[in-house]
Design a binder for this molecule. Structure first.
Ligand SMILES: Cc1ncc(COP(=O)(O)O)c(C=O)c1O
Ligand SMILES: *[C@@H]1O[C@H](CO)[C@@H](O)[C@H](O)[C@H]1NC(C)=O
Length: 359
């Protein structure tokens, strides 16, 4: 796979992974690449959630793979309805050959955590439709909501037994997110299950051509895969710091959603996991007209107004996809609590002024 020394260290740690990369992004792109192949005169298609993390839409466009969007259901906390998957795939079959489904759990930008029942239903759907599953699980440690629990696709699929346990699946993890959150340290991996052997041989050959990820990234990933264990000198301190970070993020997740829900025209789903809130805003028609005049999408217009008046930077929902006619934005829950509180106060003040200006 990589350099000989890296291979050795992989074996010695008994990592379950198949390929380490410079970030989950590279790992995802390397597996997506395997799908670039017309079938029966049709180009391949890949199902992705809408809203989605833009790596997917951008990579599919780059690889000339058709994006098959399925909407997440905002009214059920960004739940994933199987009926919507069916609608999307039937529609797509007219113009492409759907080959894979991407599931982001916990969600970015939507912050939902899938239930085990939901994952089972998705696996059954993928089996029926013969889809390769991409399980983007980079936020697996970041679970906040009472009652939410992370289940990996691999675990559920294996426990469901045959025929599901024989399905092709790739799961992705990163060292740049989660409680470690070192965005500049690029390291990620793909764990690949049941891949057709000839395809897997090509996959390993293709990634071997890039030699290896940076040593720093490898070292960082190594630490995350192999944390201090009970009885080891750093164990207590490590647990304390890790739990401290996650507990604080949990408070911030609630603080962000509660504040947005107290603002006029906002509705924000519970941030069950990951690092983001993705509230919906109802914009006054005068603001929508002003946006048109300025040549901007309404949510982009709002984001610029916010930035110019407060210095707060949000990402408009149109960057992730949203049901037409609805407006959202994404913000993170990452600033330290005092800074976050100051930011939210500022945001609320701005929003009041915006409403009075445009209503
Ligand atoms: C859902 C999701 N997948 C993948 C990635 C990319 O991970 P990495 O930074 O390891 O390339 C991100 C980064 O934000 C993400 O949010
Ligand atoms: C979302 O879920 C609700 C409740 O299950 C359902 O009534 C509604 O039709 C769903 N919306 C979409 C767009 O599928």
């Amino acid at each position: 796979m990589k350099t000989a020394s890296f291979l050795l260290s992989l074996e010695s740690l008994l990592w379950p992974l198949d390929a380490a990369d410079s970030g989950a992004s590279d790992a995802i792109k390397n597996v997506l690449k395997l799908l670039i192949c017309d079938i029966n005169g049709k180009r391949p298609g890949v199902m992705i959630p809408i809203p989605q993390y833009p790596l997917y839409s951008a990579t599919l466009a780059e690889f000339n793979i058709q994006q098959v969007g399925y909407y997440l259901n905002e009214s059920t906390n960004w739940g994933l309805d199987i009926s919507e998957l069916k609608r999307a795939i039937e529609e797509a079959r007219k113009t492409c050959y759907p080959r894979a489904i991407v599931v982001i759990n916990p969600g970015n930008p939507t912050g939902q955590v899938l239930s085990r029942e939901n994952i089972e239903a998705i696996i059954k759907f993928a089996h029926k439709e013969k889809l390769f599953i991409f399980a983007d699980e980079v936020y697996q440690h970041n679970i906040y909501a009472p009652g939410s629990k992370f289940f990996s696709f691999k675990k559920v699929l294996v426990e469901m037994g045959e025929p599901y346990s024989k399905m092709e699946l790739a799961s992705f993890m990163s060292c740049s997110k989660g409680y470690m959150g070192e965005c500049g340290l690029r390291g990620g991996y793909a764990e690949v299950l049941n891949m057709e052997p000839q395809v897997k041989a090509m996959y390993l050959k293709a990634i071997s051509a890039m030699l290896c990820p940076t040593v720093l990234g490898q070292a960082c990933l190594d630490i995350i895969m192999n944390p201090p264990r009970k009885g080891e000198p750093s164990y207590e301190l490590f647990q304390k710091e890790k739990n401290g970070v996650l507990e604080s993020l949990k408070l911030r997740a609630k603080m962000v959603a509660d504040t947005f829900n107290s603002m006029e025209g906002f509705s924000c789903n519970e941030v069950q996991g990951a690092m983001y809130a993705f509230p919906q805003i109802k914009l006054p028609s005068k603001a929508i007209e002003a946006a048109k005049k300025a040549g901007k999408a309404p949510d982009v217009f709002y984001a610029f107004e916010l930035l110019e008046n407060t210095g707060i930077c949000i990402v408009p929902g149109s960057g992730f996809g949203q049901v037409p006619g609805t407006y959202h934005f994404r913000t993170t829950i990452l600033p330290q609590p005092d800074k976050l509180k100051a930011m939210l106060d500022n945001f609320a003040r701005f929003h009041k002024q915006f409403l009075s200006k445009y209503s």
